[in-house]
Design a protein. Structure first.
Lengths: 259, 266
């Protein structure tokens, strides 16, 4: 079994995988402990700050603010994504969907001023910037799913007498519903990454991004790392919840993984 | 078993069907007719085999017959005289593809809902009837990924039967099957062919013996001399040779002669 660890395509069981992860984490922490030179706080100090942080009310308040903003942005983004992605199979909308995909290359920083002019308050500015940042990634992921659809899925619909709209509904809307959740799960990280950027634009409302900026401002690296750890844990929990939700709502997706 | 029969109306007609991709000709001058065979006192559909070597263009012709692809020239018409369109013919694909996101019951329901004959009928009852007949009752709540290849093939067939099309195309139904499963599948095809007088099954295969043992008519697809593109090289009426509708056909000398004849044409 140990040989398998270093073998290309080697197969290891779950227990060994967990053991490997624990050992590698311990090694990384030990390395961090001995490598930190005073400027970077040692892991124990970060852990101490982490526990202080998670028991503070201010963290909970700020996490809730960021979380609500994230959920709002993701919900609106997914609606926009689904609208353009579903319609991308119609030639008229295909060009629009592909333009949205290319918008990945636009930087948010360069557009902040325009968005400030277009929105009424800080809350709207943050939300619209987040949506603008997320949608191209969502659309890119979902179009990739649509493009790689097995042609036989369309053919079977045709042989059953479905028209094009019915085929679109069955193969893309119903058939790819589990993929929508998977895209949300995969792109949640991008949203979480952007939130720190947009929250810095309107700090009066708070949020984990605001907290990070404040800690950075005072060079409080211990709390910066502790907060990063909090953000990391929230991301993992969200990932786990969405993953399980997918299996619960779409049992066939679990079977595909087993296959 | 009586072998008296008459061939009546044309059910499917291929007229000068050709298919080319750029300069390359895949199919040329495909002409054939499939007629309604009537056997006095017996409800009997038609089983037609389209035999050809691998890579000769069988799948291309299969897709044209199903209305999934358009020929470069020529047309396929049904008994009504209308050109074939997607949905006119049921298709059982080689890999028995089913919607992975639908349970077996849901897949069958989707097919049955498109059948105008089931309007006002209890669809659930019809599905259960077929599921029982094809020994799939206990699998209705499962997903395709949980079924074996043979079970999936049966579901694909029921799906097309529930859909109500008189014509069902089978793409290489005997490919990669072991002897026992092969026997089950051949029985299943015979069972379907006996379900309705107008039921017409078209088997596209390179397994000559199995296809011939089930069929009443065989079309051999191949290339003629140096001409580019495959065409129908031979039509064999197995009814006139006494080789149709006979369980023990493989033991008849004429069967072996027919197989040899087909092989010589391929």
């Amino acid at each position: 079994m140990l040989k398998q660890i270093f073998l290309p395509f080697g197969k290891i069981n779950r227990q060994l995988f967990i053991a490997l992860a624990i050992i590698q984490s311990i090694l990384a922490l030990v390395f961090w402990h001995f490598a930190s030179n005073g400027l970077v706080p040692k892991p124990l100090k970060v852990a101490e700050a982490f526990f202080t942080l998670i028991t503070s009310k201010s963290l909970l308040d700020n996490v809730i603010i960021s979380f609500i903003l994230t959920i709002k942005a993701m919900a609106i983004s997914i609606l926009i994504t689904l609208f353009f992605s579903y319609l991308s199979v119609i030639p008229f909308f295909k060009t629009i969907a592909q333009f949205i995909v290319k918008c990945r290359y636009l930087t948010l920083t360069g557009l902040i001023f325009i968005f400030t002019l277009l929105t009424h308050d800080g809350s709207q500015l943050k939300l619209s910037l987040l949506i603008f940042g997320i949608v191209p990634f969502f659309v890119t992921s979902f179009l990739a799913v649509i493009i790689t659809t097995d042609n036989q899925q369309f053919e079977i619909c045709k042989t059953l007498g479905y028209n094009n709209w019915e085929t679109l509904y069955e193969v893309i809307v119903v058939g790819k519903a589990d993929q929508v959740l998977e895209i949300i799960r995969q792109n949640f990280a991008i949203t979480w990454l952007m939130i720190t950027l947009v929250e810095g634009l309107s700090m009066s409302e708070g949020g984990v991004g605001t907290m990070l900026i404040k800690y950075n401002k005072y060079n409080d690296i211990t709390n910066v790392l502790a907060l990063q750890l909090v953000i990391f844990v929230i991301g993992l929990v969200f990932d786990l919840i969405l993953g399980n939700l997918k299996f619960w709502l779409f049992p066939h997706s679990k079977l595909q993984i087993h296959k | 078993m009586t072998n008296s029969y008459i061939k009546q109306d044309i059910l499917i007609k291929a007229e000068n069907v050709s298919l080319s991709y750029g300069e390359k000709t895949i199919l040329r001058d495909i002409n054939f007719e499939i007629k309604d065979i009537i056997r006095p006192g017996i409800t009997q559909g038609q089983v037609v085999s389209l035999i050809g070597r691998s890579g000769i263009g069988k799948t291309q012709l299969f897709k044209i017959l199903a209305g999934l692809n358009n020929p470069s020239s020529g047309k396929i018409t049904l008994h009504s005289g209308k050109p074939v369109k997607p949905g006119d013919m049921g298709v059982v694909f080689q890999n028995y593809y089913l919607f992975e996101w639908r349970t077996i019951y849901q897949s069958l329901e989707l097919a049955a809902k498109k059948n105008p004959n089931f309007k006002g009928h209890d669809i659930k009852k019809e599905i259960n009837k077929y599921a029982e007949q094809f020994q799939l009752s206990e699998h209705l709540s499962k997903y395709p990924q949980q079924l074996s290849g043979g079970q999936k093939q049966r579901v694909s067939i029921i799906q097309q039967l529930l859909n109500g099309s008189s014509f069902i195309l089978f793409d290489e139904p005997f490919s990669g099957l072991d002897v026992l499963v092969l026997e089950k599948i051949t029985n299943l095809i015979l069972q379907v062919s006996l379900s309705d007088e107008f039921k017409t099954l078209i088997i596209v295969s390179h397994d000559i013996e199995t296809a011939v043992s089930l069929s009443d008519t065989v079309f051999v697809l191949g290339k003629e001399g140096n001409k580019e593109g495959a065409t129908i090289k031979k039509e064999i009426d197995l009814c006139s040779r006494g080789l149709a509708w006979n369980e023990d056909v493989r033991f008849i000398p004429a069967f072996k002669e027919t197989i040899a004849e087909i092989k010589s044409v391929l």
